[in-house]
Unconditional design. Structure first.
Length: 502
């Protein structure tokens, strides 16, 4: 084993990569060796506070390598209360380079693993199997947070020489499941398996999704599409598995929902780099939807700062209902008011579990979509059109409709096109929501609140208005004030019904 010391960022080059500035350190070299041999190099260094978002360690890989393995550690010194400590993410790019959006990506595990390997026939979850070709590879370090004392790291790279194994051909889940024609379908579009920082296998997630009464799910691993080829055995006539990614930038996370198999979406940029639009278009070109996730989450880097001009939908409710979801709901409602005022398109809301491990509940919450069939395209069309509501579980069903004029009516995500002063009746029918209160929310705020539903959880609530008084109406079902971490936490909410001819 040989050692190399990068010291306090010695032998470095600061490169503008078309995204945030990145630091490239001195390269690590290996000489060719005989089949069956293994050779290791260890590098050490220290990253100071204020380091670039990404630090690359070039590795010169000779011909004849069967397997590349990387292990790393870093120090975690004590820090004062309120000060961030050390957190160092890791991934790798192959001989095709580190160009933003390029083809060189071979895997990312963030901070979930301390080592990984790549071979032609297999790779650590989160990484892509394939040949270990001759050329310059780059270990990518992401100093997520750095303590005032700095972040000292040690990386050991091990090459195993010999004939490569046989490359695997990926098999992906189908775009269609056995649906019920035009119907309401339940799904959870934000889930994590052991292919990023989750602890569940795809098979375990599939079983939990079926137990939760879901019809569809979306694979959304942090910054990697390596899970795409591992869902085919989970999908079936009763469960549509869509493929995507949670694009986890330093300025917020976005779910790429239902992209083509094998689609990689880069994350190495901040809002100030003006690159998000390019990758939002990348998601759409690959057949996916752009869904900013947990926009007001409080974790470092989780708060959404790219604006919503590229969003196809917004994840308003993420996991157990908490104060940041309440803030996101209010923010989304303000966007609805602005869309009515300015006459521009509105952005539908969604909810997903973001489940990682026990005790996270798959399908809490879930998005219930009116779609023409249980296919990727039909589900996406329903989400994009806002023909959906969000419920805390499959026990809760609702039907929401507005009617007026000469028998005209409209449902969730639709417009009731009647004159300004035409009387309109709004009706919500509910099952599975014991003691919940119904609120009808408009561009003026909450204009009607019901008495609590009976303990049976079933009931119907009506309210009468006109388009001149309410430009839209959406429904919220809230628990009794004492339930949950937020007083009056949501049990369900709908996308709006718009009223009037505009």
């Amino acid at each position: 084993m040989c050692e190399d010391h990068h010291g306090g960022l010695g032998r470095r080059a600061l490169l503008a990569t078309g995204a945030a500035a990145a630091l490239t350190l001195g390269s690590v070299s290996f000489a060719a060796a005989a089949d069956g041999e293994r050779e290791s190099r260890t590098v050490r260094g220290t990253l100071p506070p204020g380091s670039p978002d990404f630090v690359y360690v070039p590795v010169e890989v000779p011909a004849g390598v069967r397997e590349l393995r990387v292990a790393y550690t870093y120090d975690r010194p004590a820090v004062p209360s309120g000060t961030t400590g050390n957190a160092l993410d890791i991934g790798i790019f192959d001989d095709r380079g580190t160009e933003l959006g390029g083809r060189g990506f071979r895997g990312w595990s963030g901070g979930a693993r301390s080592e990984f390997f790549i071979r032609a026939d297999e790779a650590t979850p989160g990484y892509l199997p394939g040949p270990v070709r001759e050329g310059t590879w780059h270990i990518a370090l992401g100093p997520y947070t750095v303590a005032p004392q700095g972040l000292s790291y040690e990386i050991t790279i091990t090459l195993a020489y010999g004939e490569p194994g046989e490359a695997v051909r990926p098999v992906y889940p189908p775009d269609r499941a056995g649906g019920r024609g035009r119907a309401w379908y339940r799904g959870d579009c934000h889930l994590h398996s052991w292919y990023s920082d989750g602890r569940r296998t795809p098979a375990e997630i599939g079983a939990l999704a079926r137990a939760a009464g879901l019809d569809f799910i979306n694979s959304s691993e942090h910054n990697t599409h390596a899970a795409h080829a591992h869902w085919a055995d989970v999908a079936g006539d009763d469960l549509l598995v869509m493929l995507g990614e949670e694009v986890t930038t330093r300025n917020g996370h976005v779910v790429a929902l239902g992209t083509d198999p094998g689609t990689f979406v880069d994350w190495r940029y901040r809002a100030r780099d003006n690159r998000f639009g390019r990758f939002a278009h990348r998601i759409r070109r690959a057949g996916g939807l752009v869904v900013p996730a947990h926009p007001h989450a409080t974790c470092v880097g989780c708060n959404w700062k790219f604006g919503f001009g590229e969003a196809d939908a917004i994840e308003v409710w993420n996991g157990p209902y908490t104060p940041d979801d309440e803030v996101t709901l209010a923010d989304w409602d303000s966007m609805l008011v602005a869309s009515v005022r300015d006459g521009h398109d509105w952005i539908p809301a969604m909810g997903s579990s973001d489940a990682h491990r026990d005790p996270d509940t798959v399908g809490h919450p879930q998005t219930v979509v009116l779609a023409d069939d249980l296919t990727r395209q039909a589900i996406q069309e329903g989400i994009r059109a806002g023909r959906s509501y969000v419920a805390e579980s499959a026990k809760l069903d609702l039907a929401f409709r507005a009617s007026g004029g000469r028998g005209d009516h409209a449902g969730i995500g639709e417009r009731l096109r009647v004159d300004r002063d035409t009387p309109v009746t709004v009706r919500l029918e509910v099952t599975g929501a014991p003691r919940c209160t119904v609120r009808f929310v408009t561009d003026q705020g909450v204009l009607h609140t019901s008495a609590p539903l009976p303990v049976s959880g079933s009931g119907a609530v009506e309210w009468r208005t006109t388009p001149s008084y309410a430009a839209y109406v959406r429904a919220e079902l809230r628990h009794e004030a004492a339930a949950g971490p937020v007083p009056g936490a949501l049990a369900a909410f709908t996308n709006p019904i718009f009223l009037g001819r505009q």
